[in-house]
Every structure is written in structure tokens, then in C-alpha cells.
Design a protein around this ligand. Structure first.
Ligand SMILES: *Cc1c(COP(=O)(O)O)cnc(C)c1O
Length: 370
């Protein structure tokens, strides 16, 4: 396989070539094409703003990167004869599992931490017809319960501990390299929660280098919320020990204290000479507002990337001249409650009310009202 083959498929109209996952199929899963369950997914946009690239994985069919892994996991579940799939989720995995299970005719059972899932994600999960079990506890408790349930009750597990998920998520990296015409960036920046993506990204980069698709290894920067930072704590001690914390952050997608893919993520950071950084809720919410105001938008967890870049630049780890790709993991509309209060003024249906407000604005703002 060469990058030429992937580039040819990028302009093909075949359904599996339109998928940004299955375009790379030989390196994802050895499967008969007719067995593939694809929406299709991937083929997301790459934006450039102020010299930084943003690969927007929130533009996947259910609004998060989780679809990239889910198409592979559900394809495999059907091949193995599963009738039901299960996952623990902070919301996006459950939305994705529910959608792909519906497409494949499987039952989906999702374990979510009670009261801790953003509105948009819960609405999707229910709409796609999943059975929602709200666990009285945090994500880590839901994760332990679904692991036990899948072992004891034989339900097919589609969390990122499932290796087929990781295989699909590798394509985020390959597609962004392809977007850059296989001219690798200096840095790839990713939010870090359960560490599935961090694991997948390292694997993708090693495989791309070994296959000769790239000649230089980008460095990974995995960013955690300061209130959910077990991986950051381990990194600071050169991974001398694994940490577990009671997680709390506004970024609900990464409110995870005991990440399941810890070991593979450590390997990713080592293989790419990567770094792990933490950002406070204030820092990530300021970055989110800025990404929103660029006209791009994302959910809070995704904005850890830009907040992390700012911190790593200030610390001199990243240089201003470095080429940086931030991976935005989820869509703006996933978490409407986290959107900064904007300009809403209620008025009478009367042109004078409009004139009055615009006049008032014009005197405040030298650039004029419109
Ligand atoms: C799942 C998710 C993450 C965390 O990814 P991990 O692979 O669990 O580290 C980050 N952002 C969003 C929007 C997510 O849905």
C-alpha cells in the first residue's frame, strides 16, 4: 500500500472510499467489503486559523470522533454474531454506539454516569433507540460495571478498550496527514480522557513511519483537564507510577479519573517523544470561546487542545514557527449548556426598538453597528 492508493480513493465515489476510515481499509481491518457497516464517517474538514490547523472530528455523523472507531467495532460485532453491544460513556461513545447499532440491527445498552452527560449527547443516544442505564456514580464506576456486565452476560463491549475501536481511530491521524499532503506537522495535539485516542495516535504514527508514508515523526501532545489529570501526573514522574483521581471538570467528555488505555498511551508518548499537559477549566473555556468565535466551534473537551498549545508555547516546548494540528473531538452542539452567554435582547416587534438598540451600539462601538 502506498499513499497514492489512498489519494486515488479520496476522489472515488464508492461508499467505502468516501469513508475516511475505510479509505485506509487494508491497514484497519482485514474484512470482506460487503460486511462493512459504514455511515460513511470521517472525511472531516481541516481548518487553518492564525497559523494553527484544526482537524474537526466533530463533523462526523454523530458529532464526534467516536464514529471512526465505532464503524470498525460494530462491523466486527456483527462478524462475531453479537446481538447486543454495550459501553460505558460520558455521552459521545453512547451516541455513536446507538447510531451504528441501529444501522446494524443490534441492541445497544449504554451505561452513563447519572446526571453527568451533556444534553445533546443524551438526546442522541435516546433518539437512536439505545437502552440507557444511568449509573449512580461517576464514569469510572460505570466503566467497571460495564466490564463486569460484558464478561458475565456475554454482551459485546464497544468501549475503546476494544482493539477494533483503536484501529478505526488511527485514521484520524492518517487522514490529517493526507490533508497535509503527507507532509507531517511538528505536533499533533489531542484531548486525553480514557486515553483511547492517545493510544491510537501513537500506533498510527508508528505504522505510518514504518510503511514509509511519512519520513518524519510528529510529536504528540496529550492535554488533560487539571481536575481529571491522572495521566499528566504520571508523565511528570516519567511514568514511574499510574495514578487514579476523583475526576471533576466542566469538560464532561474527559471527566475520567482512571483511564483504561493507560499502558498503550504511555507507549504512544514514548514512541513520539510526546508530552502531556494539563489545563484548568478557565483556560479551556477561554479557548473554547475563541474556537467558537472563529466560526468553527467545539465542545469543551476539544478546546483543551488550543489551551494546551498556548501553555506549551508559553513554556517554550512548542515554538511559534512549529506546524501544529489540534484535533477537535466533538461538535459545538453536543453541550449547549457550556456555550458562553451571548447577545440576546428581547424587543417589541417595532422598527423603533431596532433603531434604538443599533444607535446605542453605534455610539459604544466606533466600527458601527453592522
Ligand atoms: C471521548 C472523547 C474524548 C476523550 O478521548 P479518549 O480517547 O477517551 O482519551 C475527548 N473529547 C471528546 C469530545 C470525546 O468524546
Amino acid at each position: 500500500m502506498t499513499t497514492d492508493l489512498f489519494d486515488q480513493r479520496r476522489v472515488s465515489r464508492k461508499l467505502i472510499d468516501l469513508s475516511g476510515v475505510w479509505r485506509f481499509r487494508e491497514a484497519v481491518l482485514d474484512v470482506n467489503e460487503s460486511q462493512i457497516i459504514t455511515h460513511p464517517e470521517g472525511a472531516t474538514r481541516m481548518y487553518e486559523r492564525d497559523g494553527i490547523f484544526f482537524k474537526h472530528e466533530g463533523e462526523n455523523p454523530t458529532g464526534s470522533f467516536k464514529d471512526r472507531g465505532m464503524t470498525v467495532a460494530i462491523t466486527q460485532a456483527v462478524r462475531e454474531g453479537a446481538r447486543a453491544v454495550a459501553c460505558a460513556s460520558t455521552g459521545n461513545t453512547s451516541a455513536s454506539a446507538a447510531a451504528y447499532a441501529a444501522q446494524a440491527g443490534l441492541r445497544a445498552i449504554v451505561f452513563i454516569p447519572s446526571g453527568k452527560v451533556a444534553t445533546g449527547k443524551l438526546a442522541q443516544t435516546l433518539a437512536y433507540g439505545a437502552l440507557c442505564l444511568q449509573v449512580r456514580g461517576d464514569f469510572d464506576a460505570a466503566m467497571r460495571l460495564v466490564l463486569e456486565a460484558s464478561q458475565k452476560l456475554g454482551i459485546y463491549l464497544v468501549n475503546s478498550i476494544n482493539p477494533f475501536r483503536i484501529e478505526g481511530q488511527k485514521t484520524i491521524v492518517w487522514e490529517l496527514l493526507q490533508d497535509l499532503e503527507w507532509n507531517p506537522p511538528d505536533w499533533i495535539v489531542v484531548p486525553a480522557g480514557n486515553l483511547g485516542n492517545t493510544s491510537a495516535f501513537g500506533k498510527a504514527l508508528v505504522e505510518a513511519r514504518d510503511a514509509g508514508w511519512i519520513s518524519k515523526m510528529p510529536r504528540l501532545a496529550a492535554i488533560q483537564a487539571a481536575g481529571a489529570n491522572p495521566f499528566y501526573r504520571s508523565f511528570r514522574e516519567n511514568f514511574a507510577q499510574r495514578h487514579r483521581v476523583a475526576a471533576e471538570t466542566v469538560a464532561s467528555a474527559i471527566r475520567i479519573g482512571d483511564p483504561v488505555s493507560y499502558d498503550k498511551a504511555v507507549a504512544s508518548i514514548r514512541a513520539t517523544n510526546g508530552v502531556v499537559e494539563e489545563v484548568t477549566d478557565d483556560e479551556l473555556m477561554i479557548a473554547k470561546r475563541d474556537i467558537d468565535r472563529m466560526g468553527i466551534g467545539c465542545e469543551p473537551a476539544s478546546a483543551t487542545t488550543l489551551a494546551g498549545v498556548r501553555k506549551l508555547r508559553a513554556a517554550g516546548v512548542m515554538r511559534d514557527s512549529d506546524r501544529i494540528v489540534c484535533v477537535l473531538t466533538g461538535h459545538l452542539l453536543k453541550d449547549p449548556d457550556a456555550i458562553a452567554k451571548g447577545d440576546i435582547i428581547e424587543i417589541e416587534p417595532d422598527i423603533r426598538a431596532v433603531e434604538k438598540i443599533l444607535h446605542h451600539r453605534a455610539t459604544e462601538d466606533t466600527e458601527g453597528p453592522l
